[in-house]
Design a protein around this ligand. Structure first.
Ligand SMILES: Nc1ncnc2c1ncn2[C@@H]1O[C@H](COP(=O)(O)OP(=O)(O)OP(=O)(O)O)[C@@H](O)[C@H]1O
Ligand SMILES: [Mg+2]
Length: 250
C-alpha cells in the first residue's frame, strides 16, 4: 500500500501537511475550505477549533479522502503524509495510512454487533490478536455481544474509537471525540490519547470541548473561520484564558 503512494514531495517531509486545500461540494457555489494550510508534526496533537460550520469536519473528511471520493466535490491543493501526496488515494487506501473517527459514529459502523465490528477492524489492519485489548481499553468489553443499533451514542463512539485505534500506529483524525462521552469517559479518553501521543501517535482533534483544547497534550490550536485558518496558537499561549476566549469561543 505505502509503495503505491505518489512520490511527489508536495509538502514538508514528516508529519501531515495540508497545502492550499480548497473544497467546493458538488453543486454548491461557495467553497467550504479555501486555500487552507495545516502542518502537523509527527507525534504532535493539534486541535482544530472554530465556530460550528467553519469547516472542521470537512477538513477531516478531505484529509481522509471521504471528500471527494464518497461525496462529490472539487478539491484543489494537496494532502501529504511524510512528504508523500495522498491526493490520488481513495479512502480505503488512506485508511491504512491514517485512521479516522467521525463525529457521527453511525457513519462508520456497519456490522450487526460490537464484537463483529471490532473483529473486522482488526482483521483489516492485520491485528486480530488486539481485538480484546482494544475492547478493554475503550471500555466496550461488556458490549461485545450487543447490537450496534441498540447502543447509546456514547457507547457507539467508544466502539468507533476502538476501531480507529486498530492497526499500525498511524496518525488519527478525531472529529469531536468527546461529544457523546460523559465527563469520566472523556477524561479517561484524554489520558489514553496522551499515552498514545507519547508512544509516537500523531493526533488531529476537531473539538468544541474546552477539556480537549485546554489539555496539555494539545500543543497547537488551529482556529478556522469560514473555511480558512483564522489563527494558530502554540502551546505556551494556549493557557492564556483571554486567548481562548478571544480566538476559540466565538
Ligand atoms: N453535504 C453538504 N452539502 C452542502 N453543504 C455542506 C454539507 N456538509 C457540510 N456543509 C456545509 O459546510 C460548512 C462546513 O461544515 P462542517 O461540517 O465542516 O463544519 P464544522 O466546523 O465541522 O461544524 P461543527 O462544529 O458544527 O461540527 C457548513 O456551512 C455546512 O453547512
Ligand atoms: Mg463538525
Amino acid at each position: 500500500m505505502v509503495q503505491s503512494i505518489s512520490s511527489s514531495r508536495a509538502a514538508t517531509a514528516g508529519g501531515l501537511a495540508v497545502k492550499g486545500l480548497s473544497v467546493r461540494l458538488g453543486g454548491e457555489a461557495r467553497p467550504i475550505l479555501r486555500d487552507l494550510d495545516l502542518q502537523v508534526n509527527p507525534a504532535q496533537a493539534v486541535g482544530l477549533a472554530g465556530r460550528s460550520g467553519c469547516g472542521k469536519s470537512t477538513l477531516i473528511h478531505a484529509v481522509a479522502g471521504l471528500v471527494p471520493w464518497l461525496r462529490p466535490a472539487d478539491v484543489d491543493g494537496d494532502v501529504a503524509l511524510a512528504g508523500d501526496s495522498l491526493i490520488d488515494l481513495d479512502p480505503g487506501q488512506r485508511a491504512h495510512l491514517l485512521a479516522t473517527c467521525l463525529d457521527r459514529p453511525d457513519g462508520q459502523l456497519f456490522l450487526p454487533t460490537v464484537g463483529q465490528e471490532l473483529a473486522a477492524a482488526c482483521h483489516l489492519h492485520r491485528c486480530k490478536e488486539r481485538a480484546q485489548e482494544l475492547a478493554s481499553i475503550f471500555a466496550v468489553s461488556n458490549l461485545r455481544h450487543r447490537r450496534i443499533t441498540e447502543l447509546s451514542s456514547g457507547q457507539r463512539q467508544r466502539v468507533a474509537l476502538a476501531c480507529a485505534f486498530a492497526g499500525s500506529p498511524r496518525p488519527v483524525l478525531l472529529d469531536e471525540p468527546t461529544a457523546h462521552l460523559d465527563s469520566t469517559l472523556a477524561a479517561e479518553l484524554l489520558v489514553l490519547l496522551e499515552g498514545l501521543l507519547s508512544a509516537g501517535r500523531t493526533l488531529i482533534i476537531a473539538t468544541h470541548d474546552p477539556l480537549v483544547f485546554n489539555h496539555r497534550m494539545v500543543t497547537r490550536l488551529v482556529s478556522l473561520r469560514d473555511g480558512r485558518v483564522r489563527c494558530r496558537i502554540d502551546h505556551s499561549r494556549i493557557y492564556d484564558p483571554g486567548n481562548v476566549r478571544r480566538n476559540f469561543n466565538r
